[in-house]
Design a protein around this ligand. Sequence first.
Ligand code: UFG
Length: 375
Amino acid sequence: MLDDKTISDLHKAFAGSPNGFLVVDQGQPSFAVLPYQTYQTLRQAQGMPKKKIKKVLVTGGAGYIGSHTVKLLLDEGFEVVVFDNLSTGRREAVGDTELVMGDLADRTALDKVFKKNKFDAVIHFAASIEVEESVADPAKYYQNNVVNGLNLLDAMAQNGVSKIVFSSSAAVYGEPDKTPIHEDSSCNPTNPYGETKLAFEKILKWYAGAYGISSVSLRYFNAAGALGEEGLGYDKSLRHTHLIPRVLDAALGKTAEIEVFGKDYKTPDGTCVRDYIHVLDLASAHIASLHKLEKDSGAHVYNVGTGKGYSVLEIIDAAVEVTGRMIPMKFADRRPGDPAKIFADSSKLQKELGWKPEHDLKSIIQSSWEWQKSS
Ligand code: UFG
């Protein structure tokens, strides 16, 4: 181990010669200080064994997608520590897994958790995620999703953790040029939520080259479904904003009807089309991403969707079939900012990471129904 003074001297010397330098001791070369990318290239050229990821810090692990991913990580034999401020997460969703209650704005709390544990990677879910709220209060989104995210990256870099899987969103695309949406499609977010997710993806790209932080950004499409038998699902105590829980609220009679926002979009039945993906399929994409980071450095981006689009009316029909109940509906005005049609081309994730979605729409609605009707 190097002492603090030596590290500080090396940092200073490195600032003056960013391509690296040789340290000479009594006239003999002693060791070389290299940019991380050069070191990785040499390492790979030498065929040095890759390090397996064993222990993972999961920020936002008490939340909806985070908690399902934690369950899968544990099933796969990973060690997990959850870091969550429980602002929207549920303590029950973490079960017996170690939970550190903390905020990403709190650098001391972050350093403490990194010093106490030897993490091989981070999965970063913790974020603000409501599109409408982001328009009303962009400062909250830039703070939580960008500034706090930087705090996390700095803590990782200073504590020698160089791998991260990041929860991004299809919101980075905005209104797409064409569907299905490929990762190379242009990114023009239409709200601060999407902007902050795109900003963090870009940060990750630059941090890979400069600081050797390797990353996978997963652009989620419409997450839905639950694992009710394990007590996992979206928070039922909150007012639902997403389509499937709202349709099921109408099926349960908790609301009088489901409002369909807009009926004159350029889609086959005039209602918006989305790509609904089961939360367990999203979770398995994170495991595949960890394996990718065991092998490869750099910053990688993947869509996570099924590649199939369903209209709002098709979702309501499917929910009638699954629940066997009448679901009253009425047409309402368009919701501002809703793109007509979004579905993923996820062939890159399938080809490069060997991932594939295992759950169809029926299973998504069935599992949501069981979760939502349980008390
Ligand atoms: N919808 C209704 N009635 C409702 C609720 C929704 O008709 O009561 C419609 C919406 O207008 C939209 C579709 O159902 O056309 C899906 O809406 P959701 O609110 O369930 O999901 P979004 O597609 O708006 O949002 C999702 C994610 C966001 C992400 C966005 C990216 O939840 O995090 O996709 O496109 F930003």
